[in-house]
Design a protein around this ligand. Structure first.
Ligand SMILES: CC(C)(COP(=O)(O)OP(=O)(O)OC[C@H]1O[C@@H](n2cnc3c(N)ncnc32)[C@H](O)[C@@H]1OP(=O)(O)O)[C@@H](O)C(=O)NCCC(=O)NCCS
Length: 175
């Protein structure tokens, strides 16, 4: 068995979760609240992140969350999560959500999301996480796509910091 220091395989972090859509999860139209799907996505992704890191991980951000189709009362929601990419202390997890009509068996892709988690120590500071070793063509593609998204996130964060600093310099002193 691999130790928790050696690079892990994306497939070993895979988590699958099923939920039944109950009346408390739905709005007046009988379809699920987006926030409920987000909560399940967060839980499923956190399990995949910690399965890889084997330490406590916290959600740093959720991006590219696309709601593709509504999910109805009484349907089964299936979530699949896997670590796509590992930085120094952060991990990107991809989640795919499908809904299944339990009577017909029809399945629909209803949402997808990418989340970044950060591995933390007991005092809440970020700590290094073991590497990731993609080995199949689809794992390598997901790794490279996740790396590109990370570059975009870092560039956006850099630009936001630059704009805030520029506005702080220009702001009027308090009366
Ligand atoms: C996430 C958290 C630990 C990051 O702390 P920090 O002091 O900003 O850490 P650093 O600047 O050293 O960055 C650590 C890593 O997080 C990444 N990161 C930080 N903020 C991020 C964000 N908003 N989105 C994506 N990645 C982020 C950095 O890129 C870095 O990645 P790397 O080590 O792989 O290069 C801190 O912001 C935090 O505790 N947030 C609250 C988390 C929380 O309560 N989540 C909800 C409940 S679980």
């Amino acid at each position: 068995m691999a130790t928790h220091d050696e690079p892990g395989r994306p497939g070993d972090s895979a988590v699958e979760m099923n939920e039944l859509v109950l009346p408390t999860h739905t709005n007046a139209l009988g379809t699920i609240f987006g926030g409920q799907i987000m909560a399940w996505i967060d839980i499923c992704a956190a399990m995949a992140a910690m399965r890889h890191a084997r330490v406590q991980c916290v959600t740093a951000s959720m991006d590219a969350l696309d709601f593709i189709a509504p999910v109805r009362l009484g349907e089964l929601v299936n979530l699949k999560a896997m670590v796509n990419f590992v930085g120094r202390t952060s991990l990107e997890v991809g989640v795919r959500v499908e809904a299944e009509d339990l009577h017909s068996g029809e399945r629909r892709h209803t949402a997808s999301a990418y989340l970044t988690f950060v591995a933390i120590a007991a005092d809440g500071t970020a700590i290094p996480v073991r590497g990731l070793a993609p080995s199949t063509p689809s794992e390598r593609l997901r790794y490279e796509e996740a790396e590109a998204r990370r570059q975009q996130r870092l560039a956006l964060a850099h630009e936001r910091a630059r704009l805030r600093a520029a506005h702080a310099d220009r702001s009027e002193p308090d009366a």
